[in-house]
Design a protein around this ligand. Structure first.
Ligand SMILES: [Mn+2]
Length: 290
């Protein structure tokens, strides 16, 4: 029996996923070009959509159904026959389209390299943008495996765009990145060990008026989120990530988001469900929390 493919995040009633009135644009981006350790992140967006149909749509913390604000899911992007650079451009174009409709884009990955064209599109509209990057990895290499488009270089591309960067949850960093970071006053890093030991001082004063939040699911501890391409021990917990997101949302206006690197695994539907619920919590906090 074939599994039903869910096309609208949360599978809501029609009025709540009307593209004319939606406040949030979900953009499923099944990009997979440079993933190195484990394959399958191209299956991530559809797995999140399918899992989202199993969620309750009432949020007990916010005492409302965030989906009723309008969440429209665009058709899953089709990268068939495209090279990596063309696929990235297509992803940026989709986000530009959503921004032009007045929607807040929330892209589902797919590999992390998709964030570069997406952030570029959001930055064009909000020139004062700060990027908050929640991840196990710094992703600050100038290039990786011969390409500057790699998922391992995504935040280096953000630095190249002149955008201030705050990285949180990092616990896998190369010597090259460490040397680079020390030359970059606009890059701040909060390490996972500092969070775990209660030593973290998060420099929230670095946030500007508008913020883009990118969440690589490997930021979570692999015990909670096993289905990622490059798991790292010592990660963040569910409530830690939600608290961070809420804190960003309190201090700045979040104008774009992504959740990337889900790599669905047989027998680990909890991981798909965590990703779907994370997306829904982000939508709820963004639209309804103070
Ligand atoms: Mn990562």
């Amino acid at each position: 029996m074939e599994e039903d493919l869910i096309s609208q995040f949360g599978a809501p009633d029609a009025p709540y996923c009307n593209p004319e009135t939606a406040k949030i644009a979900i953009i499923p981006a099944p990009l997979e070009y440079s993933v190195c350790y484990m394959e399958g992140t191209r299956m991530g967006p559809q797995a999140i959509l399918n899992a989202s149909s199993q969620m309750e749509l009432y949020d007990e913390e916010l005492d409302c159904c965030p989906i009723e604000a309008g969440v429209y899911t665009y058709p899953v992007l089709d990268y068939n026959g495209m090279d990596h650079a063309t696929a990235l451009k297509t992803t940026g174009d989709a986000v530009r389209h959503a921004l032009a409709q007045g929607q807040i884009p929330l892209t589902l990955g797919g590999e992390h390299s998709l964030s570069a064209p997406v952030i570029e599109a959001v930055h064009a509209q909000y020139p004062d943008l700060t990027v908050v990057h929640i991840d196990a990895h710094g992703d600050l290499r100038d290039e990786y495996e011969g390409t500057p488009l790699s998922h391992a270089s995504i935040e280096r591309r953000v630095v190249d765009m002149g955008i201030p960067l705050l990285e949180i949850g990092i616990r896998s960093f190369s010597p090259e990145e460490a040397a680079f970071m020390k030359t970059q006053p606009d890059v701040a890093i909060v390490w996972a060990y500092q969070l775990a030991k209660g030593l973290a001082h998060i420099p929230w004063e670095r946030l500007s008026k508008h913020t883009y939040v990118t969440i690589d699911l490997d930021a979570f501890d692999p015990g909670e989120m096993p289905a990622v391409g490059t798991p790292e021990p010592g990660g963040l917990s569910w409530y830690q990530v939600l608290d961070l997101f809420q804190e960003i949302n309190k201090r700045s206006c979040i104008v774009g988001m992504d959740v990337v690197e889900l790599c669905p695994m047989d027998g680990q539907t909890r991981a798909d469900f965590l990703a779907a619920k994370l997306v829904y919590k982000m939508i709820g906090y963004r639209l309804f929390s103070k």
